[in-house]
Design a protein around this ligand. Sequence first.
Ligand code: SF4
Length: 485
Amino acid sequence: MDFLVAAEADNGPAKQAHRAALPPRRGFIERGLNQIGGWLRRRQGLIQRVQWSIVIVYLVLVATPAFLPLPGRMAHIWDNLTLFAQFAFWGIWWPFVLLSMVLVGRAWCGLFCPEGALSEATSRFGKGYAVPRWITWKGWPFVAFVCTTVYGQMVSVYQYPKPALLILGGSTLGAIAVGYLYGRNKRVWCRYLCPVNGVFGLLAKLAPVHFSVDQDAWTASRLSGHAHAAPINCAPLVPIRTMRGGADCHMCGRCEGFRGAIELAPRAPNHEIVHVAGSAPKPWETLLIVFGLMGVAAGAFHWSASPWYVSIKQALAGWLIEQGLVWPLQVQPPWWILTDYPDLNDQLTLLDGAVLLFYIGATAAIIGGLVSLCLWLATRSLGPWSSAAFHHFAQSLIPIAACGVFLGLSAMTVTFLRAEGASLGFVGLLRGGLLAGAALWSIGLSWRIAGLRTRHAPRRFLATAWIALAASIGVGSWVLLFWVW
Ligand code: SF4
């Protein structure tokens, strides 16, 4: 009898209402991420100590090699600081930070980045001026990415320590100066001016985790008397309440649990691109994907291996000599304008530099132009012109654009390891698998996006086919580099 009473009480109306109010039972992954989010919020002191450790290592590796002699032929990664720094920056840091964006969002930015840490720390004691309008210009991510990529090739940033100090150190000084002048406890540099901010933001859209905001819980918190909850310092200036994606969030964890509405949570990797990215067209992001990542980056990785570059240069040199104009073949600008290492027989003349710029520009124009045409055709396949659909389709190319840049950068990793005698016979297969997987991912995204915009199956299929062609143009540019030349 007692048992029956107990069972009845257990299923009484009050208990049932209480159970209905509880959140649905959570799986292992949700609970795990929730705990990680809480841990991040509680351990901000530890995170700062880690950041300062990275700042010290970073400054040593960026600055010291520039004052050492260039490594000899017999030097190795493990016995030469310059080679070790090159491998650390270009073989490990750069490609795998990019990869981490796709896996865990911008956690690198919020938890480890030395420039972000320096900029935020400086802003604590700086002038605290309001952020001027020129800094918030939306074109900076594209312009800064293109400029640093092209300039990096002009001075051979991957090969020599002085250009690395100039570019990375210059970026770090910029981050400190902007932090000193603008904002208070903020990362104005990271939010608007960092040369890789745009690229990181695009890649983070694919991450399977994010800090999700429950609008209902937020509103309920305000109505229930928690309106004066302590404010959160979101250093990259994310409008947290309306945040729907991970592109701008640095995953620092500071807002976790705020108003009982924010938590680290899993999501489908397609979610942000399919359901969020199309809500507001972002032409600068389209430019960055189509002309920046698929165009400029491909040209920057191609030129030194391209037989076309050599042919153009030889033809131009012959023509100049016929005209009696030899100075473009002789003038050698200093190392901070064009590569200049005569002892290593590695120099770029004015002609080399001009052809390099032309080659990267032409590659970007041809690839970007063809991909834009595919995007236009995909958009028109759905019906009347829609710039929203055009820019939304461009977002579907993020996987193949990102994969290309990762492969280009990881080619440095392969070069370093092969120079050390590592056997990497699997690399070709891995590259092929990654390119095929990324192209299929882009095609799948375009299929989902087209499905949101039309119920007409043939139109949907045709639009997807044009995006498949755009993705294959992206694949083709890397096939040329890795398998044809
Ligand atoms: S929204 Fe801001 S405070 Fe919250 S995790 Fe992202 S960067 Fe940190």
